[in-house]
Design a protein around this ligand. Structure first.
Ligand SMILES: Cc1ncc(COP(=O)(O)O)c(C=O)c1O
Length: 405
């Protein structure tokens, strides 16, 4: 028997590790500053109120933080949910249906452990996830002992999984369905009908629908519909089977704060809280204080959104309709169809010192063997607009040259 968990060694290398491996022996051109578009690591400055609120709460570093969050934090997030999602947000009782998460990554991961159990009859539980995906969903499913089931989310389907194509036999053994809206990487936002259909499947087949909304505040023209809004306007306005996640990482350019939340069905939240009692530390109180201040302020979010929108505008001017450019509904990624994402990533690094993520690394072969990410690269438009515009113009030049190869 191995000393280590075979589920862990069965995980593929994380996408950024794979990219490092791909580019290890590929030299970037000398004298060119490297531009890293591969990671969605925000570069806009965090608002000053973050550090002010954190400093003002410094006297609480000596205490263990409450897992359920401070009353102030719960109130701030509860108020934000009600402001942002109206009736849907008001479905959340901050004392029963909401918990802090030290970054949504860990909460997304841990939710699988709270939801996936053994099944009667010995069949393996399934966790559904979009393909391409945020890699944490796959790790969460596999480490919890579930079969990750990859649902193709390509252009034909508006970059969302086809809910009508899911067989009942699969849905019956599904424990959890991760949905990302707006989606990383494609930026597609699910509409209310889509979310309600997913929720009705969750209720009919007894699984948890987990909607990852961490890009919900970086939108283009209209605020994406939240899953809580969909729940409020459907089937008696209940939270049953629904969990949503949101984060300050992108909304407030505060990825280093490690601060988000998980909210939804109180039964699931209670189980999650029980698990957290064993598995993780609470969010430190000065971080809760800073988080509460950020959730209470929308001015910095609007400014942040404007900065991203200006970059998408610039990208639209530069790219036109080449490489399948389109404006994402939300998020800050471009998902460009370059024919062969891995080859393009190599070439962009070698010729332009531009680092992009091959779409194949955040996808898996579908049943027909084709990886829906294969022909794409993902670009996170996190740098200043000048850097973005210059790099995109060079990227476009490289692909025009490739076309002429
Ligand atoms: C789709 C998606 N969900 C969740 C996260 C995690 O965000 P955080 O842990 O910073 O809250 C990310 C981060 O890149 C993401 O892209």
């Amino acid at each position: 028997m191995s000393m280590l968990n075979d589920r862990l060694s069965a995980l593929e290398d994380y996408p950024f590790t794979r990219l490092r491996t791909l580019l290890t022996d590929v030299p970037a051109p000398e004298g060119r500053a490297a531009v890293d578009f591969s990671i969605g690591d925000p570069k806009h400055p965090s608002p000053a109120l973050l550090t002010e609120a954190m400093a003002a709460a410094a006297e609480s570093w000596n205490r263990y933080p409450p897992i359920a969050g401070t009353e102030d934090w719960r109130q701030a997030v509860g108020d934000w949910l009600a402001w942002r999602f109206g009736e849907g947000g008001r479905l959340i009782d901050p004392d029963l249906a909401l918990l802090p998460a030290s970054g949504t990554r860990e909460a997304l991961f841990m939710l699988a452990s709270a939801c996936v159990g053994s099944m009667s009859g010995g069949s393996q539980p399934a966790v559904l996830l979009p393909n391409p995906f945020y890699a944490v969903y796959v790790g969460a499913a596999q480490m919890a002992g579930a079969e990750p089931v990859f649902l193709t989310a390509d252009q034909r389907l508006g970059f969302l999984p086809d809910l009508d194509a899911l067989p009942a036999s699969l849905l019956d053994r599904t424990a959890l369905f991760y949905l990302c809206s707006p989606a990383n990487p494609q930026g597609a936002a699910a509409d209310i009908a889509y979310l309600q259909k997913a929720l009705s499947l969750a209720r009919r087949h007894g699984f948890v629908l987990a909607v990852d909304e961490c890009y919900s505040e970086i939108y283009d023209r209209t605020p994406p519909t939240g899953a809580l809004e969909a729940a409020a306007a459907f089937d008696g306005g209940r939270l049953d089977n629904l969990i949503v996640f949101n984060s300050l990482s992108k909304r407030s350019s505060a990825a280093g704060l490690r601060s988000g939340f998980i909210a939804g069905d109180p039964t699931v939240i209670a189980a999650f809280r029980r698990l957290r009692g064993y598995a993780s530390a609470g969010m430190p109180m000065p971080i809760q204080a800073a988080s509460a201040a950020l959730w209470r302020d929308e001015a910095h979010v609007a400014e942040n959104r404007d900065l991203y929108r200006a970059k998408i505008d610039a990208a639209e001017r530069i790219m036109g309709n080449s490489l399948g450019f389109y404006r994402p509904d939300g998020g800050f990624f471009l998902w460009l169809d370059v024919g062969d994402g891995e080859r393009a990533a190599e070439r962009l690094w070698r010729e332009q010192a531009i680092r992009v993520l091959p779409g194949a690394y955040i996808g898996r072969p579908a049943q027909d063997g084709s990886n829906p990410g294969r022909s794409f690269v993902r670009l996170a438009l996190v740098h200043d607009i000048g850097v973005v515009a210059d790099a995109l113009a060079r990227l476009k030049g490289t692909f025009s040259a490739m076309a002429g190869d």
